[in-house]
Design a protein around this ligand. Structure first.
Ligand code: SF4
Length: 466
């Protein structure tokens, strides 16, 4: 009987079964950043422990970094403390750091792949929920908490519950103006924000197979928003070619040996799945969230639900509508937005910025909208500037910033004010997520954010694409 990629990677990395029923799994790559590591390093120091595998650990700063003025010390002393602690910890424990002035700096889930640290068949852990992003390469990648960060630093292992595998096959062609983000939001809407609990999501089907690595990363990134512990795509030639020549990818003969091993990690054709779901890409539309979790979404041409719809949770809908100050039954298109944010580890890669720039080129941001583009990494920023995308955005009235998480979670100075409505290319629309306790987030694709910025309201990007 064939095996899924999850089973193969799990088996190869199993150290032992624990009495708890969990598996102790060896972690091939530990990515760390400034927010979830200070206490973990404090424990190591207090107990006189070393980092078990510093060579398998890589650090960057992303969550708290200012994206406008990065002068040190930061005005926010808590942010400055976190950055300083990470620098000291990396120095003391011998860990490589892509710090603020490093040309490799960026959001941890953007730089891992672009540096070639992320590779197929690996186990990866990081103290951030959206570590599932790395599954796009056929890695099994876990978002972990601070106590688990401590465990991985100290032992390079993680105790994990066994997972079921749900294959989600997406078939057919995406219509123009419908993107990987819309696929991710559609999956979460249909299967629910808790639908993936206890599962790994394997994304398959010809739509996924035709996708670029950037698109696959967007889909895998959102796995956690559907409750899945991990999400992955089987490695193929697209994966291999993406990795060729990356700084930390193997080279020469080693690359060819790695290629064979990487592609052999893919699920076998006769693998058995715990669940199988199929969705048709050609029926998908641009999606916008109206509520306070990524599953509360509708197509851009639809009206905001009332909670009376079959299968709907009326209480949750009423609570979300109250927080969002929205009226049931009104079309989502035409809803005024105050802020447009293109950024985050979901959608701030070069291809995202290219697509958004295509929408804003020759247009102007609506006068009442504050619009900003925050590239996912310093490398994305340089590449975008090399193509003149920064000029396109600036000419349209966007602010062009330095790399970081920024308004995805508002741990830096980029925060919503009061109950502002933000069209965002990020991944979470939880209450207060963007730095204001009453801020309102509408998740959508970067092209839809660009369209909302110029229209000043939620609008159907399909009217603006060629
Ligand atoms: S962009 Fe948002 S989701 Fe991604 S790593 Fe940063 S804070 Fe986490």
């Amino acid at each position: 009987m064939g095996k899924t990629l999850l089973q193969k990677v799990w088996d190869r990395h199993t150290v032992r079964m624990l009495p708890t029923g969990q598996t102790q799994v060896f972690i091939g790559l530990h990515l760390i950043h400034e927010v979830t590591t200070p206490q973990a390093f404090d424990v190591l120091r207090a107990r006189g422990w070393r980092v078990a595998r510093p060579g398998r650990t890589f650090a960057t700063v992303d969550h708290i970094v200012p994206t406008a003025d990065r002068t040190r010390p930061f005005l926010d002393l808590l942010a400055e403390d976190m950055a300083t602690a990470l620098e000291r910890n990396c120095r003391d424990f011998g860990i490589r750091l892509a710090g603020l002035d490093d040309e490799r700096q960026g959001i941890v889930h953007v730089i891992g792949p672009e540096l070639g640290l992320t590779q197929p068949g690996m186990t990866i852990a990081c103290g951030d929920s959206h570590t599932s992003t790395h599954g796009a390469f056929g890695a099994v990648a876990f978002g972990i908490g601070t106590s688990q960060v401590r465990d991985v630093l100290a032992s390079q292992c993680l105790a994990i519950e066994p997972l079921k595998v749900r294959r989600i096959r997406i078939t057919g062609s995406l219509p123009a103006g419908v993107y990987a983000k819309d696929v991710a939001l559609t999956i979460i809407h249909r299967l629910g924000v808790g639908g993936g609990v206890g599962h790994a999501y394997e994304y398959a089907g010809d739509t996924i197979e035709r996708m670029s690595m950037d698109e696959r990363m967007t889909i895998c990134n959102m796995s956690i928003e559907g409750g899945a512990r991990v999400g992955y795509v089987n490695p193929d030639e697209t994966t291999v070619e993406y990795l060729r020549g990356r700084p930390f990818a193997p080279s020469g003969d080693a690359f060819e040996r790695a290629r064979a091993w990487w592609t052999a990690s893919a699920s076998d054709p006769d693998a058995i799945y715990d669940d199988d779901v199929e969705m048709k890409a050609d029926e998908m539309t641009p999606v916008v969230t109206w509520g306070v979790n990524p599953g509360q979404s509708i197509g851009v041409g639809e009206a905001i639900p009332s909670g009376a719809e079959p299968g709907s949770d009326a209480e949750a809908v009423a609570a979300a509508l109250e927080y969002m100050q929205l009226e049931a039954g009104r079309p989502i298109a035409g809803l005024r937005v105050d802020v447009a944010f293109i950024g985050s580890c979901t959608n701030a890669r070069l291809s995202d910025l290219r697509e958004a720039a295509r929408i804003v080129r020759g247009r102007r941001v609506a006068p009442h909208v504050k619009a900003l583009v925050v590239p996912g990494s310093a490398a994305v920023k340089r590449a975008a500037e090399g193509e003149g995308l920064d000029e396109t955005f600036r000419a349209a009235g966007f602010e062009w910033r330095a790399a970081g998480c920024s308004m995805c979670l508002g741990m830096n100075p980029d925060k919503l004010q009061g109950a502002q409505v933000c069209a965002a290319s990020s991944n979470r629309n939880f209450k207060g997520r963007q730095g204001s306790p009453t801020g309102r987030t509408l998740l959508m694709s970067p092209a839809m954010v660009a369209a909302a910025a110029v229209a000043g309201e939620v609008t159907d990007v399909r009217a603006l694409v060629d």
